[in-house]
Design a protein around this ligand. Structure first.
Ligand SMILES: Nc1ncnc2c1ncn2[C@@H]1O[C@H](COP(=O)(O)OP(=O)(O)OP(=O)(O)O)[C@@H](O)[C@H]1O
Ligand SMILES: [Mg+2]
Length: 446
């Protein structure tokens, strides 16, 4: 929002997207709202009534990310980088719904009907009875929907291309996006339709348009991945009907997005030779373990130039903190070295238990000592250099053992939580109390 004319939007950096809006009437104290209204009805929480029944989309990974399927009368906003596969995924979901007794309406404002048909043909979905249209007028869309049987799913691709003749401004402007979304969501709520809105994202990854859009919908999802990599992750960022930590994993293939039911091996590079600077981390995504390779590279600088630090797939500040702890508590010196950290496979790590694996990768790279290729590392590191307990250590160990790893290193307490190593049969667990233990272990044995 700006209080005067401005050519460029300060939030998203787009030019000529700001529109003028009249200021709202300010209510004076003369307006007394304490009488003249109709009484509202209070109901007990356990009142008999229908609880919404979720509808399976047919794509188990999609349902998992949503917390168990589509809720009728709910609105979902899906963001994602251009070309990541949003239209592909939603066309597949629509096809599943349409082929399993539901009615799916897919409205594209971005592509002509021919283009959508071409995609459907490539995905092998031409026969699916989807009601598909290319339209951008919300009035046309709602009028048409009002004159037919209520569909179970309505996909709008994308909300930024929609416009309403009731609102001034070009499609994609804040007031248009907000107004169109409001009308579509109202239709969905009143008719028990599941609405999926595709949202464009800005350069820094936020959903373009008003932030209020995220408050208006029930679920916000983001479809992530590196376009150069095959894997795509569907994550829910907000969910009024379920947890937000489950992810859905897909692989982009010629025939569309294939579900990856067991993603635990995806993010390992599969090398035979152990290499310095590489550590395997058993991460948790919701209730699922995923093994991820973390790679560190350290380059000693000869000159006094300021060394670079670059992180891909992890938090920058968190790496700076770990480097500081390694320097202060373990006497290592990174100050004249460039440090690069990369999470394999285009994955973005958010699990705090990654600290120990990152530290192991950094120490291994610094000392040029490869870590044992059949070991996994997990644990949170405190500023004092303690290796702190993390959640789900038994599941992490079990999955590592299942995938053929023989050793796990983690917080000392993880052994107590899991007496007798029940978590990972065939996995030797070593508890590391303080970070210097880790450094000694890596730098002493070859
Ligand atoms: N013929 C093809 N074979 C294999 N993959 C293809 C083919 N055509 C497109 N793709 C894949 O599909 C992706 C495009 O998917 P899609 O159009 O669903 O993305 P989107 O997120 O909807 O993009 P936009 O933001 O432009 O709407 C491409 O990036 C590409 O990886
Ligand atoms: Mg698209």
């Amino acid at each position: 929002m700006a209080t005067r004319w401005q050519g460029q939007c300060a939030d998203c950096g787009e030019w000529n997207t700001l529109v003028e809006e009249a200021p709202q009437t300010v209510f004076s104290s003369k307006h007394d709202l304490s009488s003249g209204g109709r009484p509202i009805v209070f109901t007990p929480l356990d009142a008999p009534g229908e609880l919404p029944v979720r509808r399976a989309s047919g794509l188990a990974e999609f349902d998992r990310a949503l917390g168990g399927g589509l809720v009728p009368g709910s609105a979902i906003l899906m963001g994602g980088d251009p070309g990541i596969g949003k239209s592909t995924l939603l066309l597949q979901v629509s096809a599943h719904i349409a082929s399993s007794g539901g009615t799916a309406v897919y409205v594209s404002g971005e592509e002509a009907a021919g283009q959508v048909r071409l995609r459907a043909e490539r995905l092998g979905l031409s026969k699916a009875p989807i009601l598909m249209a290319s339209a951008t007028s919300v009035r046309d869309i709602l009028t048409t929907l009002g004159n037919m049987d209520t569909p179970s799913l309505l996909v709008i691709d994308s909300i930024q291309t929609m416009h309403s003749d009731q609102i001034e401004g070009a499609p994609g402007t804040v007031s248009q996006v907000r107004g169109c979304a409001f009308e579509l969501i109202r239709y969905a709520k009143e008719n028990g339709v599941t609405l999926i809105l595709v949202g464009h994202v800005t350069k820094d990854g936020n959903i373009a348009g008003p932030r209020v859009l995220e408050h208006m919908v029930d679920v916000v999802m983001s479809f992530e991945g590196e376009r150069s990599h095959q894997y795509r992750i569907l994550r829910s960022l907000k969910n009024r009907f379920g947890p937000v930590d489950e992810i859905g994993v897909f692989a982009m293939e010629g025939a569309g997005l294939a579900e990856v039911g067991n993603p635990s091996m995806l993010f390992l590079s599969g090398r035979e030779e152990p290499m310095a600077g590489s550590a395997v981390f058993p991460a948790m995504e919701g209730t699922r373990p995923v093994l991820i390779e973390i790679q560190a590279l350290i380059v000693r600088l000869q000159s006094g130039a300021t060394p670079r630090r670059a992180v891909v797939g992890w938090d920058n500040g968190r790496m700076a903190m770990l480097l500081a702890v390694l320097e202060a508590r373990c006497g290592l010196n990174f100050s004249s070295a460039e440090v690069y950290l990369n999470v394999a496979g285009g994955y973005r790590l958010s699990d705090p238990a990654a600290d120990l694996a990152v530290a192991a990768a950094l120490v291994s790279a610094l000392g040029d000592k490869p870590l044992s290729s059949n070991a996994v590392w997990f644990g949170e590191v405190s500023l004092a250099g303690e290796i702190r307990p993390v959640a789900h250590s038994a599941i992490r160990q079990r999955e590592s053992a299942k995938l053929g790893f023989a050793k796990a290193f983690g917080p000392s307490s993880a052994a107590e939580q899991d007496p007798g190593g029940e978590g990972g049969k065939g996995l030797a667990f070593t508890g590391l109390g303080m970070l210097p233990n880790l450094v000694d272990r890596i730098l002493s044995d070859a």
